[in-house]
Design a protein around this ligand. Structure first.
Ligand code: GDP
Length: 462
């Protein structure tokens, strides 16, 4: 996954903060050095990184002067972690609300971007995304430069059961765009996606054509399609398009690859334009809604409860009552081991594991490493462990597995752990790990269910 390396490094840096006995300026400087190095290695623009360092320092200083460290070292840690979390969120959040298509009216979305960035694929993914949510969606292929562009649209739109418009004979893209949009408006389509050309004999011709198409179809939103794998070039590319196409949103594609991805982040800041979706694969459903806070939370290995709830709600169509009940429990933080196991099973049924597993708080990072097959084997072992639990154990919050002292504190593990390990053919250590992960997940889900839950979740992790 793009940025996975960055996530790991940031996570390690934040963990080192937890190990420091006191949090003083020296520790903060060392931590910031690590965070900045990780960002730079991932291709995030130097200026942005320098700004982040300065802002974190100013924020921490102001918070501590305001008395935020009163009493505990723990509070100082929290102030530092919160400042870093907030500034990372700022990197991907220009603070501008993107356009939201409304039902019952025609919403014209124009896609721009260089050839190969994934524009045509993303247009179909977008149409599928909105169609699934009850918008009558269609695609207009206004790319007459590339031979075969219309064929590609026709094939993928047919596969996705989405209406499309294009021409084998008309050579003027502006005419096609205008005709297609007019036709679909007349037919009362809600979302009309216009795919434009991504290449020309000369760059200036490409930009001129985009302006003309824009004038002809008057889009409600222009989206720049940006390839995560082009590295630092993303920023310059986005700037060039912004000048002529003035896009209002970005979709970053190929986030499932192994690129560094920091260039795409820098493009957001350089053009002050929000990312709305991430392309995470070649299939039509491989499109993820983007929100800054959950994205950073997930990047830092803290899960994405909001995304998970949304996913589960999407799945609600398959088993409405069950899923609704589960989403509610998740929001309320009342999950038993049985519920958690059910979630893991759901995740396994939901397609490529690596995409969804990272949303579950408490799942260890290394579970997501390697291929989907490897991750699947690891998850199956978790299921085997829970298979060896009794009904009472599954319905518990894990406390049955602990010995409790008179003061109400856990003093060790019960015979149940050994029994489960034996029964599932795993080790005591693995059962212990599973219980630990479950507890972490339950705590975090509880926190994240409330207002500003992620903040408290960070605190909880200390
Ligand atoms: P266009 O020239 O910008 O219209 O790009 P295409 O839509 O033809 O895509 C170019 C290539 O990128 C194709 O092979 C797509 O399957 C692939 N592609 C597009 N989006 C993604 C994505 O999110 N992940 C991956 N892995 N491949 C993608």
């Amino acid at each position: 996954m793009v940025l996975a390396d960055l996530g790991r490094k940031l996570n390690a840096a934040l963990q080192s903060l937890n190990r420091a006995p006191v949090v003083d300026e020296k520790v903060l400087d060392a931590l910031l050095k690590e965070v900045c190095a990780a960002l730079l290695e991932s291709d995030v623009n130097v200026k942005l990184v320098a700004q982040l360092r300065q802002k974190v320092k100013t924020k921490v200083k102001a918070a501590l002067e305001g008395g935020a460290d009163k009493g505990k070292e723990q509070n100082r840690r929290f102030v530092v972690q919160k400042a870093i979390f907030d500034e990372l969120v700022q990197l991907v959040d220009p603070g501008i609300e993107p356009y939201k298509p409304k039902k019952g009216q025609s919403n014209v979305i124009m896609a721009v971007g260089l050839q190969g960035n994934g524009k045509t694929t993303t247009c179909t993914k977008l149409a599928v995304y909105y169609q699934k949510r009850g918008f009558k969606s269609c695609i207009v292929c206004a790319d007459t430069f590339r031979a075969g562009a219309f064929d590609q649209t026709r094939q993928s739109a047919t596969k996705a059961k989405v209406a499309y418009f294009g021409s084998y004979t008309e050579t003027d893209p502006v005419t096609i765009a205008a005709q297609g949009v007019a036709k679909f408006k007349k037919e009362r389509f809600d979302v009309i996606i216009v795919d434009t050309s991504g290449r020309h004999k000369q760059e200036s011709e490409l930009f001129k054509e985009m302006v003309q198409i824009g004038e002809a179809v008057k889009p409600n939103m222009t989206v720049m399609i940006l390839d995560a794998s082009i590295g630092q070039a993303a920023e310059a590319q986005a700037r060039a398009f912004k000048e002529s196409a003035d896009f209002g949103a970005i979709i970053v594609t190929k986030m499932d690859g192994h690129a560094k991805g920091g260039g795409a982040i820098s493009a957001v800041a350089a053009t002050k334009t929000p990312i709305i979706f991430l392309g995470v694969g070649e299939h039509l459903n491989d499109l993820e809604k983007f929100s800054p806070q959950p994205f950073i939370s997930k990047l830092l290995g803290m899960g994405d409860v909001q995304g998970l709830v949304e996913h589960m709600q999407e799945m609600a169509t398959q088993n409405p009552d069950k899923q609704k009940e589960m989403a509610k429990k998740l929001e309320e933080g009342k999950l038993s081991i049985r519920d958690w196991r059910e979630q893991i099973q759901n995740v396994m049924n939901m397609g490529p594991l690596s995409k969804i597993a990272s949303m579950i708080p408490g799942l260890p990072q290394d579970l997501l490493q390697g291929s989907d097959d490897e991750a699947s084997v690891r998850m199956k072992r978790m299921i085997y462990i829970t298979d060896s639990m009794t009904a009472a154990e599954l319905d518990s919050d894990g406390s049955l597995f602990m010995e409790w002292g008179k003061d109400g504190k856990p003093t060790g593990l019960t015979w149940r752990v050994t029994r489960v390990a034996r029964g599932s053919g795993t080790s005591v250590r693995e059962v212990e790990d599973l219980l630990c992960q479950y507890r972490m997940m339950a705590n975090m889900a509880k926190q994240a269910g409330g207002k500003n839950g992620w903040l408290q979740a960070i605190q909880k992790m200390q």
